[in-house]
Design a protein around this ligand. Structure first.
Ligand code: SF4
Length: 490
């Protein structure tokens, strides 16, 4: 039986090729349950799609509820009779199988589109670009339509979370190299075909999306057993693959002779310079030590204000809504003075989001002069966004003043990754604070879980859900303080 290459398979492949291999060939008994957060994403995706379709404001043939075999037949019939807009159709050509959310008739034939409950583009506003995992999906539909000779267009579209239609020009150059999304698609398609035919079997690699993946446990034990290079913090799949011709394991990396791989200012490994190779070697050596201890790679000075704020926010990306600004305040470096302040939105309205943002902003101002500690650029990015959404709260300069690096320290980018080394497999706040002996009061602490609890709270207004979110956020703030003290003690 032909194993079809589908749009969702290419979507997964761009994020992790191992997932495609596992879905095709691994034992389904090794899968863990779908996480509640992923379930929530699915539910919200379906709700969003139904909502968008109901508001299209133009006649649309809806095939989504039909059995799959009938959907395919009816789609072809509808295309032949020139139906202007089709929802939930199914198209196929040889080994390619597509389920585009929408098929729209244009002067160039039919074009396909997907409805997404995320932003249609990625990157910051000036440099936003199409998302590759969306692009390969709509490119597959386009390929089928072109091969079936019912389209001449290479411009499918994404209808995004804001109801905006974003054209994905598959033939436009993406960067200076001139590469196009169509080339990315063709490469992904070839890899998928190779995986399905067992000509290649991409090995697992530790990455950010693993924790939400159903193959997490299976991959984790294989990665450990293989002593895979992705156990080294900062060394991801593409670097692992570049190194694999000479260096296969963490042990190999710890023992390697860097000069043997260095040519002038470069190494023989694509995308890895001598400094990075040395850093990976040092990290590998630390992981292999019998009694490893974290250490500083250069001295660090922190602000000396007697008031310290440890800051963490919670955002629901599906609602594009910031629901909590949390702070742990410490005075005179005395842990007994620690107190948590949480600015939580009591509903999902813009006025409530603005009001809590204002209170959080005024809270910082009222504590000045103070040092602010946070973990990754996320807080700053979201506060810049909130400022432009609610310019009556403060000005862009006010936000920059709050995040002035003199007093506001991003412990992740500016300290942990640049000036410290840890005997851990990643540098997440959870991993490092746990390494330092801290434990979260919740059994399942994660940002994804917090979003799921918030969704429950929106539906139930159960004070228990709100309490769980606040406790989790407080622990995140406290973990940042534990980490700061841990770094100071190195
Ligand atoms: S656990 Fe990670 S490596 Fe394994 S399939 Fe999932 S995303 Fe890929």
């Amino acid at each position: 039986m032909t194993k079809h290459i589908t749009g969702s398979m290419l979507y997964d492949l761009v994020q992790c090729p191992t997932r495609v291999y596992m879905d095709c060939f691994a034992n389904p008994a090794d899968k863990v349950e779908v996480s509640p957060f992923v379930r929530l994403l699915w539910e919200r995706g379906s709700e969003h799609e139904a909502d968008i379709v109901s508001k299209l404001g133009e006649p649309c043939l809806d095939l989504a509820q039909l059995p799959v075999i009938e959907r395919e037949k009816k789609t072809i019939e509808a295309i032949r009779s020139g139906v202007p807009l089709i929802h939930g159709g199914r198209i196929r050509k040889d080994d390619l199988l597509g389920d585009p959310d929408l098929l729209r008739k244009t002067p160039y034939g039919y074009i396909a589109g997907d409805i997404k409950s995320g932003a249609g583009l990625e990157g910051n506003e000036d440099l936003s670009k199409p998302k590759k995992h969306y692009a390969v999906q709509v490119a597959l539909y386009t390929d089928i339509l072109l091969q079936l000779k019912i389209s001449r267009s290479y411009e499918p579209f994404i209808l995004d979370i804001n109801g905006q239609t974003i054209a994905y020009n598959l033939l436009a150059s993406l960067d200076k190299s001139g590469s196009t999304l169509w080339e990315t698609y063709e490469l992904s398609l070839q890899t998928a075909r190779d995986i399905v035919a067992k000509r290649t079997s991409p090995g697992p690699a530790c990455c950010a999306i693993c924790k939400l993946c159903q193959w997490y446990e299976a991959c984790k034990s294989e990665i450990k057993q293989l002593d895979d290079l992705t156990l080294i913090p900062g060394l991801g799949r593409s670097k692992r693959d570049a190194l694999s011709m000479c260096i296969d394991t963490v042990e190999d990396m710890a023992q390697c002779n860097i000069t043997a791989y260095t040519k002038g200012k470069k190494t023989i490994f694509s995308g890895i310079g001598p400094d990075s190779l040395l850093k990976f070697k040092q990290r590998a050596q630390l992981l292999k030590e019998p009694n490893p201890k974290p250490y500083l790679t250069e001295s660090i000075s922190f602000p000396t204000h007697s008031t310290e704020l440890f800051f963490d926010i919670e955002v629901d990306p599906l609602r594009d809504f910031c629901y909590l600004h949390g702070f742990v305040k410490r005075t005179n470096f005395d842990n007994t003075t620690e107190r948590f302040y949480g600015f939580f939105t009591e509903d999902e309205s813009c006025s409530e989001e603005r009001s809590e943002f204002r209170k959080a902003y005024e809270f910082i101002i009222s504590n000045k002069p103070c040092s602010i500690y946070y973990y990754s650029k996320y807080e700053r990015t979201i506060w810049r966004k909130l400022q432009s959404k609610y310019p009556t709260v403060c000005t862009p300069n006010d936000i920059e003043a709050i995040f002035d690096p003199e007093n506001a320290i991003d412990l992740y980018f500016d300290v942990v990754t640049k000036k410290t080394e840890w005997p851990t497999n990643d540098h997440s706040i959870k991993t490092l604070a746990k390494y330092l002996g801290f434990s979260w009061r919740d059994k399942n602490p994660s940002g994804a879980a917090s979003i799921e609890w918030f969704d429950k709270w929106v539906k139930s207004r159960d004070p228990g859900d709100k309490e769980r979110i606040l406790l989790y956020n407080e622990d995140d703030c406290r973990a940042t303080r534990i980490l700061l003290d841990g770094i100071k003690s190195l």
